[in-house]
Design a protein around this ligand. Structure first.
Ligand code: NAD
Length: 278
C-alpha cells in the first residue's frame, strides 16, 4: 500500500505549534515581504505567505515596489528593513525583473533576517551544519521524511535538479542525515538508470511529468517538488503521479505535498529570526 506523504496535514500541525510559541512571545514578530513589479504568480505566492503569517500570529508587511525601480532604490529599501528593529524577517519575492541582480539583492539582506535562507552566510553555515536559517523547501522535505518515519541514514538518495534554492541544498541536507547522495541535472547521462538506484528520489526539475514509472525502483520514496498548472487549470508535479504511485512505497502529492511544507518552514524561520531579535 503506497503511503501518501501529506504535507498539508503536517504543515497545519507545525503551524499550530508555532502559533502557541508566538502567542508566548512578549513582542510581535514581523515579516517584511518585498515584491517588485506585478508578476501574477508572485502575487499568489505572497498572498499565501500573508495568510500563513495571519494563521500563526505573525505580522506581515507587504512592500510592493514598482517594476521599473532601480537596483539602488531596491537596495536602499533592504537596508532600511535591515535597520528596522521591528522587522524580524525579510523576504524578497523572486524572480526579480530583468536587469536587477538577484544575487546582489540577496547579499544585501541581513543574514539574521534572511528567512528564505538564501544569503551566502546562511548557505555557508548550512554546508558546515552550523546553526542557521535553512532554505525552506529543502528543510520542509527533510521534515516530511522524518515525520513519516522514513530513514535517510545509509539510503541511496538521488536528487534531480541542482538549483541553488532546492536541488543543491536538499542534497546537502540529505548528506547531513547520512544519505548516500547522487545529484543529477540537465547533463546527466542515463537519468532513468541513475534514478532507479534511489531509495529516496527527490525531483526538482521544473518539467511536468518528467519522471514516470521507468525512473523508479519498486518500493522507493518519491518527493516531487515541481509545481505546474495544466491546460485544464489543475496543478501537477515533475513526477507522473498516476504512473508511479503503485510502484513506490511513499510519494508526495501535488498539490498538498512539498508546497505546504515550504510555507511551514518559512513560518518556522520567522519565529527563529524573531527569537534572535528579542
Ligand atoms: P530551476 O529551473 O532553478 O532548476 C531546475 C534544475 O533541473 C536545474 O538544475 C537543471 O539542471 C535540472 N534539469 C532541467 N532539465 C532537466 C532534465 N531534463 N533532466 C535532469 N535535470 C534537469 O528550478 P527550481 O527552482 O529548482 O524548481 C524546480 C521545480 O520546483 C519548479 O517546478 C518549481 O516551480 C518548483 N518549486 C516548488 C517549490 C515548492 O515549495 N513546492 C519551491 C521551489 C520550486
Amino acid at each position: 500500500m503506497t503511503k501518501i506523504l501529506d504535507g498539508k496535514a503536517l504543515s497545519t500541525s507545525i503551524m499550530k505549534k508555532l502559533k502557541s510559541a508566538v502567542a508566548q512571545q512578549k513582542r510581535l514578530i514581523t515579516l517584511a515581504v518585498v515584491q517588485v513589479g506585478d508578476d501574477p504568480a508572485s502575487t499568489v505566492y505572497i498572498r499565501n505567505k500573508h495568510k500563513a503569517c495571519e494563521a500563526v500570529g505573525i505580522r506581515s508587511l507587504h512592500i510592493h515596489l514598482d517594476g521599473e525601480i532601480t537596483s539602488g532604490s531596491l537596495l536602499d529599501t533592504i537596508h532600511t528593513l535591515n535597520s528596522r528593529k521591528d522587522v524580524d524577517g525579510i523576504l524578497v519575492q523572486l524572480p526579480l525583473p530583468y536587469g536587477i541582480d538577484e544575487g546582489e539583492v540577496i547579499r544585501a539582506i541581513d543574514p539574521a533576517k534572511d528567512v528564505d535562507g538564501f544569503h551566502p552566510v546562511n548557505v555557508g553555515r548550512m554546508m558546515l551544519a552550523d546553526d542557521c536559517l535553512l532554505p525552506c523547501t529543502p528543510a520542509g522535505i527533510i521534515e516530511l521524511l522524518k515525520s513519516n518515519g522514513i530513514e535517510i541514514n545509509g539510503k541511496e538518495c538521488v536528487v534531480v535538479g541542482r538549483s541553488n534554492i532546492v536541488g543543491k541544498p536538499v542534497a546537502q541536507l540529505l548528506l547531513q542525515e547520512h544519505g548516500t547522495v547522487t545529484q543529477c541535472h540537465s547533463r546527466t547521462r542515463n537519468l532513468a538508470e541513475v534514478c532507479r538506484r534511489a531509495d529516496i528520489l527527490v525531483v526538482a526539475v521544473g518539467i511536468a511529468h518528467l519522471i514516470n514509472a521507468d525512473f523508479v525502483k519498486p518500493g522507493a520514496v518519491v518527493i516531487d517538488v515541481g509545481i505546474h498548472r495544466t491546460s485544464d487549470n489543475k496543478l501537477c508535479g515533475d513526477v507522473d503521479f498516476d504512473s508511479v504511485k503503485d510502484k513506490v512505497s511513499a510519494i508526495t502529492p501535488v498539490p498538498g505535498g512539498v508546497g505546504p511544507m515550504t510555507i511551514a518552514m518559512l513560518m518556522q524561520n520567522c519565529v527563529k529570526a524573531g527569537h534572535r531579535g528579542s
